[in-house]
Design a protein around this ligand. Structure first.
Ligand SMILES: [Zn+2]
Length: 144
């Protein structure tokens, strides 16, 4: 139905954008197989709800940093909205997330601790010990 009325629909990374020309008139987030409308109803000529417009500009401009967005508002290059605050952008957060380091080979990632001098000598007469734990094999050992 929307397509027959001249709207364009874009599905990207769990989001749906319905556009009329270059203007996004509806935005929805996907949960499983359904899209839930996130934008509020619009009225008048504007098809963008003011509290969503800053986020929309953030997405249109390729996800610039908040400081850059404020600079663009200050220069009048993008419209000011009621709060000038943007909710955290999920795509930016996921884009900055770092993959946890997982070892792929024995001794690829180890933890060690050197301790001493001990007030009591070991049986071999040593006063320091080194413990090593291998993340890949989960094995550990101590050297006196
Ligand atoms: Zn972003």
């Amino acid at each position: 139905m929307l397509e027959q009325k001249g709207f364009n629909i874009l599905l990207n990374q769990g989001k749906m954008f319905v556009r009329s020309g270059n203007q996004v008139v509806m935005e929805a987030d996907r949960e499983h197989i359904l899209y839930y409308l996130t934008a509020k109803a619009v009225d008048g000529e504007s098809n963008i709800v003011s509290d969503e417009s800053l986020r929309l500009w953030h997405m249109r401009l390729g996800h610039p940093a908040e400081g850059s967005m404020k600079e663009l508002i200050k220069k009048g290059l993008i419209p000011r909205d009621n709060s000038n605050k943007m909710d955290p952008c999920e795509q930016c957060i996921l884009g900055k997330a770092k993959k946890a380091l997982y070892p792929t080979t024995p001794l690829g990632y180890i933890h060690s601790d050197l301790w001493g001098p001990s007030s009591i000598n070991s049986i071999g007469g040593r006063r320091y010990y080194l413990s090593i734990i291998d993340d890949y094999t989960k094995s550990s050992g101590s050297i006196f």
